[in-house]
Design a protein around this ligand. Structure first.
Ligand SMILES: [Zn+2]
Length: 85
């Protein structure tokens, strides 16, 4: 985590999204999360997908995210970023 940076990177959003959905972020973390969301289509879409998943499964906890899932998401963001450039 690099909280000293002004803006969150998409990869950090992936790390924080479950805490965000569970209301586990601090107020300042939440503010930065939402600031990033406001300017990032990819993360907005990601959050929408997470919410849809939660509706289907009933719940989602950080522990439910396997290392393989994290790896997959990280790769997804890498592709998005590459396309953006
Ligand atoms: Zn983003």
């Amino acid at each position: 985590m690099f909280w000293n940076r002004a803006e969150l990177a998409c990869q950090e959003m992936v790390e924080l999204v479950t805490d965000y959905l569970e209301g586990a972020l601090t107020r300042s973390q939440r503010r930065r999360f939402e600031a990033h969301l406001a300017g990032c289509e990819n993360c907005t879409e990601y959050l929408r997908q997470m919410r849809a998943t939660i509706r289907l499964t009933g719940s989602l906890h950080a522990g439910d995210m396997t290392p393989a899932m994290r790896e997959e998401l990280t790769e997804l963001y890498r592709r998005w970023r590459a396309e953006g450039d």
